[in-house]
Design a protein around this ligand. Sequence first.
Ligand code: TRP
Length: 344
Amino acid sequence: MSEGVQTSPAFTKRVFSGIQPSGGLTLGNYLGAIKRFVDMQDSGVETIYCVVDLHAITATLFDPDTLRQQTRELAAGYIASGLDPQKSILFNQSQVAEHTQLAWIFNCVARMGWMKRMTQWKDKAGKNQENASLGLLAYPALMAADILVYHATHVPVGEDQKQHLELTRDIAIKFNHDYGVDFFPITEPVIEGAATRVMSLRDGSKKMSKSDPSDMSRLNMTDDADAIARKIRKAKTDPEPLPDTLEGLDDRPEARNLVNIYAALADIPPEQVIAEHAGQQFGTFKPSLADLAVAKLEPISSEMARLMQDPAEIDAILRGGADRARAIAAPVLERTYEIVGMVR
Ligand code: TRP
């Protein structure tokens, strides 16, 4: 496929990423995505972050009030985590029509074979592909449009989205090649490290998920201090003390997960957590982790609750972000239409 293709130096570095407003936010969303996004906003590069509401309806059509609530809650989660809507552009996808307009062009560039090969399509459509929505199949072409309508060069995502970013590169390459232009950049994925992949508190081999039936398996970004401390105290572990090297965590997925969570929350490498806590029993380590988690997460959950009391304020921020996003996207779409041969 597109291995080894370099981003053309002609494009200025610009970061874009998106999260679906498809349900409650967990520590996994925070450490794996939102916190990384916030950390990038001070790197001197333009950062654009999106609530991808159009992607959220590809698998299920939500109750409209629920979808609105989830969209505002995700926006509140971004802001409460430190995203500054002055520094970064924060908006919801459906307010910038250029995404879907460019997606149509990409629907005509991408091949059916490419789409049907996507593992997320296969997983989500399951055995009954005939009954999956057309939007679910087209999902990665809309994702490519999200990114390329800003000529974004860097996209922070989880490992599970790597294949979609390769498809984004393939779409850019085919478009550029078919029209003999160097118009779309070849986007670089910025994949989360193992240390920010947050696993279930009940089973260290499963990803922490909002859809797990047990609420004890996850920390929600809306949990209060009591809930955070209780879930960490009850987290599954093993009877061994913490080892004195990182390798000592091999084959101890629950212990490794708690060490990784500690490291990510404290913004230190896992090696340092091990160095500082070697030989400790979980009876000692868990209370330290609970204190740290409460200190970092409680201010976020209470700020989210405060923001959610004023939905009009959140909506105003999203509209302001959408205006700024549109100002970048509109000329890119216009030029795309010209390249393709649409009369303007
Ligand atoms: N597909 C991504 C996910 O589920 C969300 C997403 C949509 C996205 N458009 C994007 C991520 C553009 C990065 C860039 O995680």
